[in-house]
Write a protein that binds this ligand. Structure first.
Ligand code: SAM
Length: 258
């Protein structure tokens, strides 16, 4: 008797909101008969990732299932939720059908998928995992605002703002552009830093990029005191940064042959 085969777990990146940014590979996977799983913060709540696919015109299969990943720091609640999500995922995979997990943005960038895949592999090492890459929120935000993340020898860093103002301030010395994700809880502190460093004019705030509710705020000081959406980020360009000498760069040195 042959052992029953396990389905594959596929993380399908959907981009940050505009269904036109779903890749052909993710689209093919969604339309290819795999069972859908999608993340929600609470049972019965809407899913941002599912909304992207709906706007793209794909019908949601009747057996698509929500997995709850609560937005909490409570370690006990988190552990319970993760265990429930991973156990359910493994049970479905053992039915033999592929599962596609819907991911907002890119699945390898601060995504629930990476952690889910790890926990699932701990429970069921035989599970094959595939990741379909996609457009990240900050790539779409740069495009939407017309700001570049880096040119030529410039440097850029992407960090959760929760590292706090001293770390952000230090990184401003090292990077020409900072992308501050999960900025909501620290927005006022970061705005005060940008004011102090004279960087308000070269910063831009973007909320729900690519979705019908996209909001771009160039006058970032006007956001002081506002409760913004969790799906928001700040792009901060630091044209005043003093750069070090490059050992090697994009530019050819005068003495090098063409
Ligand atoms: C858990 S991370 C997910 C990142 C996502 N996987 C990506 O590739 O961009 C959540 C943070 O990413 C940023 N983010 C995700 N989607 C966004 C969107 N549509 N618009 C603006 N920021 C977004 C926000 O800073 C948010 O707090």
């Amino acid at each position: 008797m042959t052992a029953p085969t396990c389905g594959r777990l596929i993380g399908a990146s959907l981009g940050p909101g505009d269904p036109a940014l779903i890749t052909r590979r993710a689209w093919a996977c969604l339309s290819g008969g795999a069972r859908w799983l999608y993340p929600v913060k609470k049972a019965e709540e809407s899913s941002y990732a599912l909304g992207i696919v709906e706007r793209g015109g794909l019908a949601i299969p009747a057996d698509a299932e929500a997995l709850v990943f609560p937005m909490t720091r409570d370690p006990i609640a988190l552990a319970k939720a993760w265990s429930r999500a991973a156990t359910r995922t493994v049970a479905l995979l053992r039915e033999g059908r592929d599962l596609v997990f819907l991911v907002e943005g890119d699945a390898s960038t601060f995504s629930t998928f990476g952690h889910l895949a790890r926990v699932v592999r701990e429970l069921a090492p035989e599970v094959e995992v595939e990741t379909i890459p996609g457009v990240s929120s900050f790539a779409a935000a740069a495009a939407s605002t017309g700001l570049t993340l880096a040119e030529e020898d410039e440097t850029f860093a992407v960090i959760p703002a929760a590292y706090g103002v001293p770390v952000i301030e230090r990184l401003l010395e090292e990077f020409d552009t900072l992308v501050l994700l999960k900025v909501k809880p620290l927005l006022d502190e970061v705005l005060a830093l940008l004011t102090r460093r004279g960087l308000l004019a070269t910063s831009c705030f973007i909320e729900k990029v690519g979705s019908p509710d996209e909001r771009v705020v160039r006058d970032v000081a006007s956001l002081a005191g506002e409760k913004v959406n969790y799906l928001s980020l700040l792009l901060v360009q630091n044209p005043k940064r003093v750069r070090g000498e490059l050992r090697r760069g994009c530019r050819k040195h005068a003495h090098e042959p063409a």
